[in-house]
Write a protein that binds this ligand. Structure first.
Ligand code: SF4
Ligand code: SF4
Length: 445
């Protein structure tokens, strides 16, 4: 196995905390009695419900229609009856329109679900349409509609697709298990994405803390021309787009730019596997692998969960909560979102449910900056987190903007390494929101 080991500048090394689940095979979660399926599970315009209370639906049936180009449809994950169409809380922290379906526990599959044919006869346009109609979004948590990434502006010359198998976020192992158990789907999905974009070079980047996954994916890809499996040094945030692109190709995405500016499109390995499934079986994105872990859960697991299943049901299947729980996070500890209720549904971007104990979740008291420069040294984007944060806390957002606050990828590395426990990423996030709001206001004048 001849594999290159690559990386990026900066970054940090939080404990990876993956031991509890990395060797646990994916288990299918229990069939949910009720699913709550949000119309907004992706970046972009929410879907419009196309079913009503009382309608019977089947597995894979479209229940929400995309509104606009940056939007994707939503499908039923169960067969059963629609019992409500109403706003419900979801993991984004607000109420969004949802379709509530009571399962008949029969799993009757819609006749809309049919294999899409041999990839060699599908055109690039066919593949893009299949991906859009299957409701596929970035499965690493970003939830950007995949078909939009496959339509870069004509002036951007994309020649490379990179699959992100780094899974650098601590605790999460869903991508690791996917690569071990379904490596052929990851490779097939990459081939489909390359064909959709008409590019000849594909990379699959996997962190060195997953040597078994590197081996499996290498085996699956070894006879496929133009695909290279690369090992990535275990370092946070190795899976961030700009860092991944630099590590694999040596190209830098310009400040304020997109991967396409460096000739690259990046997708998660889970996204590629969803693309493979949509082409091979015709099944849209109705389920995903979720790592359920942390000291606050009795039996950590990697579960294949139907979209719309509640966090409460999922945690129950993992033996329930353990001891005094301090925090429940959708996603990982660095970039995940803290939840205030367990009565929210798993959605397309739910890569993990992390339950921290009260002790683990306790936030340290911040003290004064000691000007050690560690945050600057660590920032993978070469920003000056200490200065941006200072301007943000003083409400001087224009100065934060001048220091390129908008380039911050909110990876949290600066906050993690800060010995004074300054709220760096939180304050930078506030500035980014403020700057965006000001830009929007200026555009609408
Ligand atoms: S400033 Fe932003 S990009 Fe840089 S380390 Fe902090 S959170 Fe990450
Ligand atoms: S890491 Fe913390 S203490 Fe050190 S310079 Fe940055 S903000 Fe100040």
């Amino acid at each position: 196995m001849n594999i290159r080991t690559l990386t990026f500048k900066g970054g940090t090394h939080p404990p990876d905390s993956k031991k509890a689940t990395e060797s646990l095979p994916i288990e299918r979660a229990n069939e949910p009695k009720v699913v709550v399926i949000p119309m907004q599970q992706h970046i972009g315009a929410p879907c419009e419900p196309i079913v009503q209370i009382g309608d019977e639906v089947k597995v894979g049936q479209k229940i929400g229609e995309a509104k606009g180009f940056v939007s994707v449809p939503v499908h039923s994950s169960v067969s059963g009856k629609v019992t409500a169409v109403e706003p419900r809380l979801y993991s984004g922290g607000m109420a969004v329109p949802c379709i509530v379906i009571e399962s008949d526990m029969q799993n009757i599959v819609s006749d809309q679900v049919v294999p899409k044919g041999d990839i060699s006869v599908l055109s690039a346009e066919d593949i893009k349409n299949i991906i859009k109609e299957a409701g596929i979004v970035g499965m690493g948590g970003a939830t950007f509609p995949t078909h939009v990434k496959l339509a870069p502006p004509p002036d951007k010359k994309v020649d490379t697709v990179i699959l992100n198998g780094a899974e650098c976020e601590p605790y999460l192992t869903s991508d690791h298990r996917l690569m071990l158990e379904y490596p052929e789907n990851v490779v097939f999905g990459l081939q489909a994405l390359m064909k959709a974009l008409g590019v000849k070079k594909g990379y699959i980047g996997i962190e060195t803390n997953k040597p078994d996954a590197i081996e499996k994916v290498f085996e699956a890809a070894k006879d496929v021309a133009d695909i290279e499996v690369v090992a990535l040094k275990t370092k946070y945030p190795q899976g961030a787009e700009k860092q991944l692109i630099y590590a694999c190709t040596g190209r830098e995405v310009p400040s304020g730019g997109l991967p396409a500016d460096a000739g690259v499109v990046v997708n998660n390995v889970g996204t590629a596997a969803a693309v493979a499934k949509a082409i091979k079986t015709g099944m849209p994105l109705i389920e995903r692998i979720v790592t359920v872990t942390g000291a606050g859960v009795n039996s950590p697991k990697n579960l294949l969960v139907k979209i719309g299943t509640s966090f409460r049901d999922i945690i129950e299947q993992c033996g329930g909560l353990k001891g005094k729980v301090g925090k429940v996070i959708a996603g990982g500890p660095m970039m995940g979102i803290t939840q205030f209720s367990l009565d929210i549904p798993a959605i397309k971007g739910t890569s993990g449910i992390l339950v921290l104990s009260e002790e683990e979740a306790r936030l340290p008291e911040p003290s004064n900056c000691i000007k050690c420069g560690k945050c600057v040294e660590t920032c993978p984007i070469n920003l000056m987190p200490v200065n941006i944060s200072m301007y943000s806390l003083a409400n001087r957002h224009d100065q934060a903007e001048a220091l390129n606050a908008m380039d911050c990828i909110e990876c949290g590395s600066c906050s993690y390494v800060c010995p004074a426990k300054r709220p760096l990423v939180d304050s930078i996030r506030v500035s980014k929101r403020e700057i965006l709001a000001r830009r929007k206001k200026a555009q609408s004048k």
